[in-house]
Design a protein around this ligand. Structure first.
Ligand code: PMP
Length: 354
């Protein structure tokens, strides 16, 4: 017998590769925003009083929760805040998925879901997306211990809310379990299910500041849901770590929310660059999904996705490729600045010899 027999062993989630400091690359592999946060955030950071750091932050994330509640038109106790949406999702898995029945989610989706299920010993089952990477609604009308839907989905970029009833039908058909809608990318042209949380007490909508608010390095995520859901989430959070959100995160998060104009302008810019990149790739024979996110999901026709991934990397452009069934013919490419995307297309042309 060794102490190692008692280790909680897991196969961890693998995030996109981070370049070493000072390395000059075009980084299109982790869906970060190519633009900085709002100038209001720079001002708030300059004005931040470092002497306040001796005091613990608000355990209930009070002022940021209030600002989020105001911004989205909900009450303080209908909002939960965490250290990025990964923290919110992990807490939600631990809180709501406590059944012997399997939690269900698509076979192709955010690859952290099965990792949380494994680490918390939650049984789960995946349901195949159809050939166009859409969910099959009837697959989610079965007995289950919970449902997770990334909408728009990653890494496909595909949204299910063009049919507004899609998520509502699933939520309404499953009153016995909690449905988590992970809307990490919804600001880039998706349709949010957040209003449905007023009607259904089993829907939790999870959002993040990491993408559309250019805050990946600050780590702010939040959830909107019925008061009872939020209370249960907070009970679990307070049972692990009371002070999850640090003082700078609370203050800078509020500053970010105060600048809607900048938010809209930068998100719009990403969406128009995305359309340009999709058109360019399609004209070169790539299959590309109709992305409602800040990345494009593209399959080359004249070269394997793996080879293109490696050759782009040699040329200092990082994109994401997975050696997994149904994914290995595809690349996920985050939308960068116009200039970065022009360089990407130029390098693709040079690799493909046109
Ligand atoms: N959900 C999805 C679908 C994602 O792609 C990501 C980003 N990796 C997250 C959640 C988590 O992002 P964050 O923790 O930065 O909010």
């Amino acid at each position: 017998m060794s102490w190692e027999d008692n280790v909680r062993r897991v196969e961890p989630y693998v995030p996109g590769e981070q370049p070493k400091d000072g390395e000059k690359i075009i980084k299109l592999n982790t869906n970060e925003m190519p633009y900085p946060p709002s100038p209001k955030v720079f001002e708030a950071l300059k004005a931040f009083d470092a002497s306040s750091l001796r005091l613990y932050p608000a355990a209930d994330v009070g002022p940021l929760r209030d600002a989020l509640a105001d911004h989205y038109g909900f009450a303080h106790d209908e909002v939960f805040v965490g250290v990025g949406s990964d923290d919110v999702l992990a807490t939600a898995f631990l809180t709501f998925f406590n059944s012997e029945k399997p939690v269900i989610f698509p076979d192709i989706t955010y690859s952290f879901y099965d990792v949380w299920a494994e680490v918390y010993r939650i049984p789960y089952e995946t349901k195949p997306l159809d050939d166009d990477f859409h969910m099959v609604k009837s697959d989610y009308m079965c007995e289950n211990g919970g449902i997770v839907i990334a909408n728009p989905n990653a890494p496909t970029g595909v949204s299910e809310m063009d049919d507004i009833a899609f998520i509502e039908d699933i939520v309404a058909a499953n009153p016995q379990s909690v449905v988590i809608a992970d809307e990490a990318y919804v600001d880039f042209g998706g349709v949010t299910a957040v209003e449905l949380t007023r009607k259904y007490d089993n829907l939790l909508v999870v959002r993040t500041f990491s993408k559309s608010r250019a805050f990946a390095g600050m780590r702010i995520g939040f959830a909107v849901g019925n008061r009872k859901l939020i209370k249960y989430l907070n009970d679990v959070k307070y049972s692990i770590n009371s002070y999850t959100m640090n003082r700078p995160a609370i203050e800078l998060g509020i500053a970010s929310l105060s600048d809607n104009e900048y938010f809209k302008e930068t998100v719009d810019k990403v969406m128009s660059t995305r359309q340009w990149a999709i058109d360019e790739l399609r004209s070169r024979g790539f299959a590309v999904t109709d992305s409602k996110t800040n990345f494009v999901f593209a399959s080359p026709s004249k070269i394997s996705a793996e080879e293109l991934f490696r050759k782009l990397k040699e040329r200092g452009i990082y994109v994401r490729w997975w050696d997994k069934p149904r994914l290995r013919d595809w690349l996920r490419i985050s939308v960068g600045t116009d200039e970065e995307m022009r360089t990407l297309i130029r390098e693709i042309d040079s690799i493909m010899g046109s």
